[in-house]
Ligand binder design. Structure first.
Ligand code: NAP
Ligand code: G4F
Length: 342
């Protein structure tokens, strides 16, 4: 029998890479998707097989972290061995505008899923395992480098909610002896990154500026520093955490930090463009409180999980730029041919 995994947030950046990774390992993968008025499954389209075909490796179930009974039904129906809780309102700036909603999904939503998991383990007798997607944002204002022993100092409603989720998960482990692992992942990016996060916003803009489709790129704080890795590497760390004999908490990071300005310089450099001619500061993108400097020490993950990142900063920027330049060339071709993408 294949191992069964259930992924919340499967339509997001990490969910799609994790689904690729687990299917390649022979898992039966189940994902929770939200009902939307437009398709939200673009990132997993390449994995989709019609349910009428024999034994599709990937199966999707409607659900929402706001809806505890639906989550319970999905757990009962799927009977997973591993659960990866990746669903979240994951945008830090937007969490200041939608703080209650962010708390409901990120903090209380995690608690809903953990409570359903507790009952599921109890009833099924399965030694199922749970991964909680924690974030380096939880460190916030704490001085770098940050590791598992660094105190949290969250600086946004999103980060506060992730701290609550982290402790709900830890408490479930300490109270009931359940296998619940917390990943504390530093920023990780890819060509599947949402287009309003700063890295993808930059690489999309560079490609479009190069093709004459866009004149300016409006950004906020260029001085913030982040420890940026490649999402494909980070989903392996999630999986490794659930292959251990005992559950624990792990920082996942590259150990290298760069400013937003450095990211811009490298990305525009690949296109042979002078970034200063195109980048404008728009204070609307400033945050009420900022996280200035994230730099992770992933020594524990390296020693205990044997995990190391394979993609460095320069390669990551190049990979994203090349992908997004390709998209811009396509957009330009369609526009020149009289077509408009919807
Ligand atoms: P993402 O691309 O924004 O994906 C978020 C996923 O959550 C999407 O599938 C989204 O569905 C789903 N979702 C949102 N609200 C939901 C709800 N109410 N119920 C059910 N599903 C919901 O995020 P990501 O970059 O893949 O990150 C995955 C997880 O890791 C998140 O929890 C994030 O906070 C955390 N994290 C990310 C990073 C990073 O650098 N990427 C670092 C640390 C931690 P739709 O597609 O329908 O919107
Ligand atoms: O790309 P960002 O929006 O990512 P942020 O805030 O670091 O959060 C991401 O990483 C976290 C892990 O540390 C995750 F938990 C979270 O879910 C998310 O994936 O912003 C990065 C930096 C910030 O300092 C921001 O102020 O870029 C700065 N920035 C400057 N101009 C901008 C912009 N960010 C965005 N999104 N858009 C801008 O125009």
């Amino acid at each position: 029998m294949p191992v069964k995994a259930l992924i919340t947030g499967i339509t997001g950046q990490d969910g799609s890479y994790l689904a690729d990774f687990l299917l390649a390992k022979g898992y039966e993968v189940h994902g929770v998707v939200r009902r939307a008025s437009t398709f939200n499954t673009g990132r997993i389209e390449h994995l989709y097989q019609d349910v009428h075909e024999n034994k599709p490796g990937l199966r999707l179930h409607y659900g929402d972290l706001a809806d505890g009974s639906a989550l319970r039904h999905v757990l009962e129906r799927v009977q997973p061995d591993e659960i990866y809780n990746l669903a979240a309102q994951s945008h830090v700036r937007i969490s200041f505008d939608q703080s209650e909603y962010t708390a409901d999904i990120v903090a209380t939503g995690t608690l809903r899923l953990l409570e359903a998991f507790r009952d599921y383990v109890d009833k099924s007798g399965k030694a199922a395992k749970f991964y909680q997607a924690g974030s380096s944002e939880m460190f916030g204002a704490a001085a770098p480098p940050q590791d598992e022993n660094t105190s949290f100092h969250p600086r946004s409603p999103y980060a506060c909610a992730k701290v609550a989720a982290h402790w709900y998960a830890r408490n479930m482990r300490e109270s009931y002896g359940l296998f619940v692992a917390n990943g504390i992942l530093f920023n990780h990016e890819s060509e599947r990154r949402g287009e309003t996060f700063v890295t993808r916003k930059i690489t999309r803009a560079v490609g479009r500026i190069k093709e004459g489709l866009q004149e300016k790129l409006y950004l906020g704080n260029l001085d913030a520093k982040r420890d940026w890795g490649f999402a494909g590497d980070y989903v392996e760390a999630m999986w490794l955490m659930l292959q251990q004999d005992a559950a624990d908490d792990y920082v996942v990071a590259t150990g290298e930090s760069h400013s937003v300005r450095e990211f811009i310089e490298v990305a525009f450099g690949h296109a042979d463009l002078d970034w200063q001619k195109y980048v404008e500061i728009d204070p609307r993108y400033f945050r009420p409180s900022e996280v200035d400097y994230l730099l992770g020490n992933a020594g524990k993950a390296r020693e205990k999980l044997g995990w190391t990142p394979t993609v460095g900063f320069e390669e990551l920027v190049l990979r994203m730029y090349q992908h997004d330049w390709g998209l811009a060339i396509r957009e330009k071709f369609l526009a020149d041919s009289g077509f408009r993408e919807r």
